[in-house]
Design a protein around this ligand. Structure first.
Ligand code: APR
Length: 227
């Protein structure tokens, strides 16, 4: 089976009702991204950050995967599909995708604020004010914030460099190091881009641009992959 590697971003989940980051004038669900998704924001106001992610977790519990997510899961019948996502939702998994690498963490997990490896599953429940990790440090969302290293990056680069086909869906490719993954993709393989808006892809690949939302775009890509 050919190895189909797919890099997804916030636009993948837009049709499930989850807002993108850069679509709303610098605000993310009414909050400034730098207040709620940065290490500085966490030190400045941990209660605000916890409240924000508690809200996101509750929203996720009620969200459902869209036909883009289920379309990618269905591609596993014909391809060795590996998803690399910048999203912190679990909609790829809930749609049935079996290989999903989360570059920026996962809403349904919390971790120690001292030890990034001490991760616990919390499902959709809130992190409570003052709640502690097993090592007694404050329990925080297991999210990679601006200003933090991306531990899964090396694995993601290995996966991208082994691709036979590559696709980018619903990401503005503004945030590094994730956006740099496209430079690991072998030069001559098919390269799809699905996004309703133009995206600057700085690569020498011949990009097959499907200017559609994720749902319709995945259906079109699936048709094209048959030939
Ligand atoms: N289908 C597909 N793509 C869509 C849709 C849709 N229905 N609606 C919007 N988009 C596209 C937008 O045109 C844009 O190119 O999704 C992209 C979303 O881009 P961003 O909001 O910048 O999100 P993303 O690239 O995932 O951001 C990366 O930034 O804030 C951090 O850590 C956070 O993982 C996030 C990272």
């Amino acid at each position: 089976m050919k190895k189909l590697v797919i890099l997804t971003g916030a636009g993948m989940s837009a049709e499930s009702g989850i807002k993108t980051f850069r679509g709303s004038g610098g605000l993310w669900e009414q909050y400034r991204v730098e207040d709620v998704a940065s290490v500085e924001g966490w030190y400045r106001n941990p209660d605000l950050v916890q409240r924000f992610y508690n809200e996101r977790r509750r929203q996720l519990e009620n969200a459902v995967p869209n036909i883009g997510h289920t379309g990618l899961a269905a591609l596993e019948m014909d391809f060795d599909v590996q998803i690399i996502t910048q999203n912190v939702d679990n909609l790829h998994e809930r749609a049935g995708s079996s290989r999903v690498l989360h570059l920026h963490g996962l809403l349904t997990q919390a971790r120690s604020s001292k030890n990034p490896g001490l991760v616990i599953d919390i499902g959709y429940r809130d992190i409570l004010p003052g709640e502690k990790a097993p090592d007694e440090s404050p329990l925080r969302p297991n999210i990679v914030w601006f200003g933090e290293a991306v531990p899964a990056m090396e694995t993601a680069a290995d996966i991208a460099s082994g691709a036979d086909i590559f696709a980018v869906i619903g990401t503005s490719l503004n945030v590094y190091p994730a956006a740099g993954l496209i430079h690991y993709v072998p030069a001559t393989i098919p390269f799809f881009l699905i996004d309703p808006e133009p995206v600057s892809v700085y690569t020498s690949h011949k990009v097959e641009y499907i200017r559609k939302g994720a749902g319709e775009g995945v259906l079109i890509m699936t048709e094209r992959l048959k030939y």
